[in-house]
Design a protein around this ligand. Structure first.
Ligand SMILES: N[C@@H](CCC(=O)N[C@@H](CS)C(=O)NCC(=O)O)C(=O)O
Length: 265
């Protein structure tokens, strides 16, 4: 089994968490996304969208993190990460659907507008143009160009920040009622959500749920439970110090602005 991934990618973290829950250890191929290693002709043959992760199992290529996670649970069913109860399973599917129904691009826009645009801009206009030119999807390329250029001022970013916050609010409401997102057992729903919550911590936006006035304490307790699982190493063992430094610094610098966006929402 081969996994093409990136240490800090949220979608790759989802898949690594599922692999770790099942104690599966694929051959890892790390792609440096800022060096555009996801846009080489060889990789685009595996994943035409030029994104991570990609799993190759028994010679078959599987793309899309949610599909990969479901595949892993089908092909390697122990321990099961889908509740047996049909209603809980439906709830689990609802949560795993969210990133593909617009949440992931909204989170991507937020993270780029606050932090990652600086990684690209640091290399100068020529390198930025080259980085963008490698993107296979013209719509995504244009959206990214504007976010890199304008940061939090880019059209639609404020709405993305609110969508991200709305996701945390939805989580809190569910976790007020159940221990895990789909019910009383940890499932793909939790492993899907965890990277997005950890990302907020890295941006120093954990106040989105730790701030008592926001009434989201159940997210803190859930995060603690996720952290105590051995699978958390799939995030913790891959953290990149330069990304962490950038996110903490730029997140803090934009904190007031982000808080104002949420307050206005
Ligand atoms: N829907 C895809 C989204 C994958 C995706 O957007 N991956 C990001 C990292 S989280 C990526 O590879 N971005 C490439 C880039 O930044 O050029 C999935 O779930 O696998």
């Amino acid at each position: 089994m081969d996994l093409y991934h990136n240490n800090m990618s949220t979608c790759a973290q989802k898949v690594r968490l599922v692999l770790a829950e099942k104690d599966l250890r694929p051959v890892e191929h790390h792609l440096n996304l800022r060096a555009a290693e996801q846009n080489t002709p060889e990789y685009l043959r595996l994943n035409p969208k030029g994104v991570v992760p990609t799993l190759v199992d028994h010679g078959q290529v599987i793309v899309e993190s949610t599909v990969i996670c479901e595949y892993l649970d089908d092909a390697y069913p122990q321990p099961s990460l889908r509740p047996a109860d049909p209603l809980q399973r439906a709830r689990m599917r609802w949560w795993t659907l969210l990133p593909d129904a617009g949440l992931h691009p909204a989170i991507g826009a937020t993270c780029f507008a606050v932090a990652f645009r600086h990684q690209v801009l640091a290399h100068g206009p020529e390198a930025t143009a080259k980085y963008l030119a490698g993107r296979p999807d013209p719509v995504q390329r244009e959206r990214l160009r504007v976010v890199i250029e304008q940061g939090l001022d880019a059209p639609g970013v404020e709405q993305s920040v609110r969508q991200y916050d709305g996701f945390v609010a939805q989580m809190a409401r569910q976790l007020d009622r159940t221990t895990w997102l789909a019910g009383e057992t940890c499932s793909l729903a939790d492993l899907m959500a965890l990277p997005y919550i950890v990302r907020l911590e890295h941006l120093s936006y954990d106040w989105w749920w730790t701030d008592a006035s926001r009434g989201r304490g159940s997210v803190s307790a859930w995060l603690q439970r996720c952290r105590s699982r051995p699978s958390y190493r799939a995030i913790a063992d891959y953290l990149d110090a330069s990304y962490l430094e950038l996110m903490a610094r730029t997140g803090a610098a934009e904190r007031t602005r982000v808080a104002a966006m949420l307050a206005a929402g």
